[in-house]
Design a protein around this ligand. Structure first.
Ligand SMILES: [Ca+2]
Ligand SMILES: [Ca+2]
Ligand SMILES: [Ca+2]
Ligand SMILES: [Ca+2]
Length: 225
């Protein structure tokens, strides 16, 4: 019986300590699966589909329930992070939106919406080595094509940075650009894929395991009495 409890305890701890989790603004990245969950949806990290077209990404991941993110979903995502100090990103596929916010010295991820976004969705462009404030960008193709012109949009988030060699200070720049790519074209971007949350989350499993433990110990106690 002791072995049984130890087994359950082992299962319980392996669920709770399974993966590196990063959470910002109600969105949590699981670093093992490259999946970000939040607000009832899952997003695949944008660097996972880097340099693919919409068609190629859907042929690779469509079977797992992934779909192209809609304009509505993208504007909700941008609004929940307040990117470029703005939370009125438009969901109309034909509105091109480009906003900047001033350079700020230092990289404080606890308050910086672009850095938070980048840490979840992964870099699709940028520098990884250097002592200065490095350029970091994440971009992905998305959209509904409700106007049936065969064109899709690009979402892009770049944190403020210093441009070597003269260290010119560049702003945070965030954009939703309309009518850029077809479903067959690709460039230096990922594909924004989403799906509805279907897999039980670790916390649910942990609660379930605890419940089983409770039931088992009650039975065990009864047997002793
Ligand atoms: Ca259009
Ligand atoms: Ca369109
Ligand atoms: Ca920033
Ligand atoms: Ca920066």
């Amino acid at each position: 019986m002791k072995k049984f409890f130890l087994g359950l305890l082992f299962i319980f701890t392996s669920f709770t300590s399974s993966a590196g989790l990063i959470t910002h603004n109600g969105y949590t990245l699981n670093e093992d699966t490259n999946v970000i969950s939040g607000k009832g949806m899952e997003w695949l990290q944008w660097d996972v589909t880097f340099l693919t077209s919409i068609d190629v990404a859907l042929s690779l991941y469509g079977a797992d329930g992934w779909k192209l993110a809609s304009n509505q979903q993208m504007s909700e995502l941008f609004n929940s992070f307040g990117l470029a100090s703005h939370n009125l990103w438009d969901a109309d596929e034909n509105t091109s939106q480009f906003l900047t916010s001033p350079f700020e010295r230092g990289e404080d991820i606890t308050i910086d919406p672009e850095l938070q976004f980048l840490s979840l969705f992964g870099f699709t462009r940028g520098l990884t080595e250097g002592w200065w404030d490095l350029q970091k960008e994440t971009s992905a193709i998305f959209g509904n094509d409700l106007d049936a012109d065969g064109l899709y949009n690009i979402a892009s988030v770049t944190d403020d940075y210093e441009l070597a060699p003269f260290m010119r200070q560049k702003t945070n720049s965030v954009s939703l650009r309309s009518d850029v790519f077809t479903n067959k074209q690709y460039g230096g971007f990922g594909i924004a894929l989403v799906r509805t949350t279907s897999v039980p989350e670790p916390t649910t499993l942990a609660i379930f395991a605890l419940g089983m433990l409770g039931l088992a110990s009650r039975k065990f106690n009864k047997r002793i009495l």
